[in-house]
Design a protein around this ligand. Structure first.
Ligand code: ADP
Ligand code: ZN
Length: 289
């Protein structure tokens, strides 16, 4: 069976054809320019490909409430031209097939569940730490939505004792994303993350904030696996630091082998690597059938 997948990002759109096993057969990416220009390329990529369903993992915020007048819209994004854009409606005009639509991070969580690190489990959290921070979750085998959709990148954290950075979130200044996204690292240290050595103090502070967030996720959602992706997580030295801080912060209040001897297998880099997003969109297509 052929399935279509769209990883709709603020910088680029990745389109792929794959199957229900998560295998990608063909892919192409386009820069995110105006909706008209970008969607024209996306639509022509999928035309005549005989896909049976399409999955879209999108940047947001997006409206996922099927009863809402703006269901399927990208809503309050600051990205020029995309505010209140009916992305799902545009795709439906051209493709009369089931279309699964969700946040990019919910897609990635579902992808890791179907094809990756969380296979065989009933719950996981997938978090990306990149230009922004966002997380998606599968709970009891289902994607977590709620009133709108969770925005776990904007939670409020305690400040690291050696950090006076004011934060860069335009809404909350020093929320998690404001303190720990790729651009916040660059602003704090005056250099891109890729230019800081792996022993730089930045990574200790970064791991501390990520661990604080994970404490909250563990306490609120009790996920069976936590998957950390996005550009910043390419700094592999973060993983042991995050695991160690998480253990310290939880202080044995939550008792499970995942938080002790199995922690290396509990907090992991995406099994799907750089394909986490696009395979996630493929999982959204599979999920809608
Ligand atoms: P996006 O979030 O836009 O989809 P990425 O996940 O690649 O894309 O995140 C981009 C951010 O991650 C940038 O702020 C960039 O500086 C940072 N970044 C990318 N690669 C690395 C790396 N290897 N080490 C540290 N930071 C990185
Ligand atoms: Zn914020």
């Amino acid at each position: 069976m052929l399935l279509g997948a769209i990883e709709a990002g603020g910088t680029k759109f990745v389109c792929a054809i794959g199957n229900e096993e998560g295998l990608i057969e063909k892919r192409k990416q386009f820069d995110t320019t105006t909706p008209e220009e970008t969607m024209k390329k996306v639509i022509s990529f999928f035309k005549d490909k005989n896909i049976e369903a399409l999955g879209v993992g999108s940047f947001g915020p997006i409206d996922l409430n099927e009863k809402s007048d703006t269901f399927g819209y990208i809503t309050s994004t600051p990205k020029a031209g995309w505010k209140n854009y009916n992305i799902l409606g545009e795709l439906k005009k051209h493709f009369n097939i089931p279309i699964g639509f969700d946040t990019d991070v919910n897609g990635a969580a579902l992808g890791e569940m179907n094809f990756g690190a969380a296979k065989g489990l009933k719950s996981c959290v997938y978090m990306t730490v990149g230009t922004g921070i966002g997380a998606g979750a599968v709970v009891e085998g289902k994607l977590l939505h709620g009133m709108l959709h969770p925005e776990m990148g904007h939670i409020i954290l305690n400040r690291h004792k050696d950090d006076n950075f004011e934060g860069i979130c335009p809404y909350h200044k020093s929320c998690f994303e404001g303190m720990a996204s790729g651009p916040s690292i660059e602003k704090r240290w005056g250099k891109k993350g890729t230019e800081l050595g792996e022993n730089h103090k930045a990574w200790d502070i970064e791991a501390y904030y990520i661990a604080e967030a994970l404490v909250n996720f563990v306490l609120i959602l009790s996920p069976e696996k936590i998957i950390l992706g996005g550009g910043v997580m390419k700094q592999k030295q973060l993983f042991p630091k995050i695991r160690s801080y998480l253990k310290d912060m939880l202080n044995q209040y939550v008792v499970h082998k995942n938080l002790q001897e199995d922690i290396e297998d509990y907090i992991v880099y995406p099994y799907l690597g750089d394909n986490a997003g696009i395979c996630g969109a493929l999982a959204l297509a599979k999920n809608i059938l």
